[in-house]
Ligand binder design. Structure first.
Ligand code: UDX
Length: 433
């Protein structure tokens, strides 16, 4: 099939490359000329495992093209995927101006039947608004259908999530569009749920909010475990064995970050409010999440006693491992708070340092975890990269001024840390002192 993908961000690039890999002819479009010329030169602007290889392979096979010409891409396609950004406005609502722009362009250009697929995360009723807007500006009076097909891609495993999803959600009121979408996704051979547009839109919001709630729930339990002298890792294991609960997304830590969960939860709170429902539960999920970072800073302060003038090595800056994404990364507020108290920060991240330099100033960026540990009064684990799990702890200890590790991701075994002679503070477990 011939496909236009509007937006060359995380979602757009992955969608375009994967749909090309499935044998379709795809044009991926963005208004950012620099980005498109880099993509045409084989440079992928984001770090996403497997994406570069997939994009280059399909570009060389002439199944994937990058362009700034949205009008041509729409004209030449059977399906148009809307994958443009929906960034948060000041009040937490999603800004839909990019989605509207694409809808208007589709309406002006389209001269034959098109399926318009909304893939960006949008508030419920956006699908209807897109349809209304296209109808209003439909210059050639062409036939079209709108489909909601939300993405559930995780950064760091987006390609594999696209190719092997747990489910595909297709929301549409048109049998013709459903058939086309079914055919498109047939090669993936995974469960597809068919529903109306609004339910599909809410499935996305409800899924992300539920996962965010799981994280805040286990973080709240971690705080109770600390007060009671219990071990949250064991508690999560015991809870997770119940099939109704499941072990995934029960890792206690410093709370969720990234471009999706904080933004989408905020947007869902606003959407519910507009519909007339006060989503107190989700508000508490967000509050618990942001409080968790502050609690972590308190732990560091308590362990150091006086923070001013102390050298703190920070391991991990990206909001999670296997990505270079710094958007809404907990590391930002944690480092800012510690700097505010007068700490000197030495930081290391395997992939995110370039992006971190744009948002975190006054930090000494190090070339390895050992470099960050050297002469530090404390080492703080913020992101659970595998590299940190495999460090030579004896070497780390010998390099540090004082063998103190404050671990926001519970990557080490407290008994081992005791044996190695560290003061080890983690989340929801007894301190090793
Ligand atoms: C998420 C959703 O998983 C994905 O379906 C959606 O389309 C986009 O948002 P992503 O933001 O890439 O994906 O990251 P994810 O792996 O879900 O992690 C989100 C945050 O939760 C990270 O900050 C992570 O560190 C944190 N997290 C996750 C925990 O603190 N504990 C956990 O148990 C799991």
């Amino acid at each position: 099939m011939k496909i236009a993908v509007a937006g060359a961000g995380y979602v757009g690039l992955v969608t375009a490359a994967c749909l090309a890999e499935l044998g379709n002819e795809v044009i991926c479009v963005d208004i950012d000329e620099d980005k498109i010329s880099s993509l045409n030169g084989g440079i992928i602007p984001i770090y996403e495992p497997g994406l570069e290889e997939l994009a280059i392979r399909n570009k060389n096979r002439h199944r994937l093209a990058f362009s700034t010409d949205l009008r041509r891409a729409i004209k030449e396609s059977d399906i148009v995927f809307i994958c443009v950004g929906t960034p948060p406005k000041e009040n937490g609502e999603a800004d839909l101006s990019h989605v509207e722009n694409v809808a208007r362009t589709i309406a002006e250009v389209m001269d034959s039947y098109k399926v318009i697929v909304e893939k960006s995360t949008v508030p419920v009723e956006t699908g209807d608004m897109v349809a209304k807007s296209i109808k209003a500006y439909n210059v050639h009076k062409a036939d079209f259908d709108v489909v909601s097909n939300p993405e559930f891609l995780r950064e760091g495993s987006a390609v594999s999530d696209f190719m092997h999803p747990d489910r595909i959600v297709i929301g549409s009121g048109s049998e013709k569009a459903v058939k086309i979408m079914q055919e498109l996704y047939m090669p993936l051979n995974v469960p597809i749920i068919f529903t109306d547009i609004k339910s599909a839109e809410i499935i996305k919001h409800a899924s992300n909010s539920f996962l965010a709630a799981k994280i805040s729930f286990i973080n709240a339990i971690a705080n109770i475990c600390e007060l009671a002298g219990a071990d949250v890792e064991k508690v999560a294991e015991g809870m997770g064995l119940d099939k109704r609960i499941g072990r995934h997304f029960l890792n206690a830590g410093i709370g969720y970050g990234g471009f999706c969960f904080p933004k989408d939860a905020e947007a869902f709170i606003r959407i519910s409010e507009k519909l007339g429902y006060d989503f107190k539960l989700l508000k508490a999920v967000q509050e618990t999440n942001f409080a968790q970072r502050k609690l972590f800073v308190r732990k560091i302060e308590k362990a150091l006693w006086v923070v001013k003038g102390k050298a703190i090595g920070v391991l991990g800056l990206a909001f999670k491992p296997d990505t270079d994404d710094m958007r809404f990364a907990p590391s930002i507020s944690i480092i800012n708070d510690l700097q505010g108290e007068g700490a000197e920060i030495k930081a290391y991240d395997p992939k995110a340092m370039q992006k971190a330099k744009e948002v975190l100033k006054g930090v000494e960026y190090c070339s390895s975890p050992y470099d960050a540990a050297k002469d530090s009064d404390a080492l703080v684990i913020v992101t659970e990269w595998n590299e940190f799990k495999e460090m030579d702890l004896k070497k780390i200890k010998s390099l540090m001024k004082h063998p103190l590790i404050v671990d926001g991701r519970n990557i080490y075994n407290p008994d081992l840390m005791k044996k190695e002679g560290f003061t080890y503070i983690s989340i929801g477990r007894k301190d090793v002192v």
